[in-house]
Design a protein around this ligand. Structure first.
Ligand code: UDP
Ligand code: MG
Length: 235
């Protein structure tokens, strides 16, 4: 067993004025016991009132805020956040309400096993999650997952899950280049290429739709697929 002292959570947000408060409230309401929490919110050039809401929320919750004017993409925002993390474990929380942060506890439990360096929360392993944002998201996710397993010899069931947890030193040692939504395939490819296995635990999922602010599109599926192929051959 490893003793986990500090969990760093990076929260990328772009135009989430409607959900960011609830999302952070849920996160700060989780009881992580003796594990310290370091939350880093990255405002990725939001054009709505997200920044104002965040500035108000800072009086209520202890988080670090990184903010810049131009919208650069989720993966760019994550990279800015990761460089500021100091936790022995690092993970990602979106600024929406699709995932349940109490699932981090299950993931931390798995993470505390000596041999485990990477844990993904799998939406497919939880049989109660029948709903996805739509058939295209579901099939797209399945296809990307199969690509990972074929190209990199992985054995995972949910590649595009947001809930990815890493040993901090490992994640900070991986040079990441993505800007838009390609963080997921890039980090998955690079972890597996190092020969590090990805473990999974079942998590819950409440999908949202484009009308509710979901920003991922068909183009991102093709970018993800080409990212997986690219990192098979280049570093
Ligand atoms: N996001 C971001 N910059 C962007 C697009 C999205 O920081 O240019 C954030 C967004 O606010 C959310 C997270 O990335 O917190 C995931 O976005 P979304 O829910 O649209 O996609 P998915 O959950 O399907 O990955
Ligand atoms: Mg989301």
């Amino acid at each position: 067993m490893k003793k986990i002292k500090k969990l760093s959570i990076v929260v990328p947000v772009y135009n989430e004025e409607k959900t960011i408060e609830k999302s952070l409230e849920r996160l700060f309401n989780v009881d992580f016991g003796t594990i310290k929490l370091e939350v880093i919110v990255v405002n990725d050039g939001s054009k709505d009132k997200t920044l104002q809401v965040l500035n108000t929320l800072r009086k209520k919750y202890p988080f670090k805020l990184i903010s810049y004017k131009k919208n650069r993409g989720k993966s760019y925002a994550l990279r800015q956040g990761f460089t500021k993390t100091t936790g022995d474990v690092v993970t990602v929380q979106d600024g929406d309400l699709e995932y349940d942060p109490s699932d981090f506890k299950k993931m931390l439990k798995k993470m505390s096993q000596k041999e485990v360096k990477v844990v993904y929360g799998s939406r497919r392993l939880n049989k109660n999650n029948k709903q996805y944002s739509g058939l295209s998201f579901y099939l797209g996710g399945l296809l990307l997952t199969e690509m990972v397993n074929v190209l990199y010899g992985g054995k995972i069931t949910d590649e595009p899950t947001c809930y990815k947890m890493f040993e901090g030193d490992l994640l900070r040692s991986i040079p990441l280049k993505s800007n838009r939504f390609e963080f997921c395939p890039e980090v998955t490819a690079k972890v597996l290429r190092k020969g590090i296995p990805i473990y999974e635990v079942p998590i819950s999922y409440q999908p949202r739709h484009a009308g509710e602010g979901k920003k991922i599109k068909l183009r991102d599926f093709f970018e993800a697929a080409s990212t997986l192929i690219k990192y098979k051959f280049v570093d």
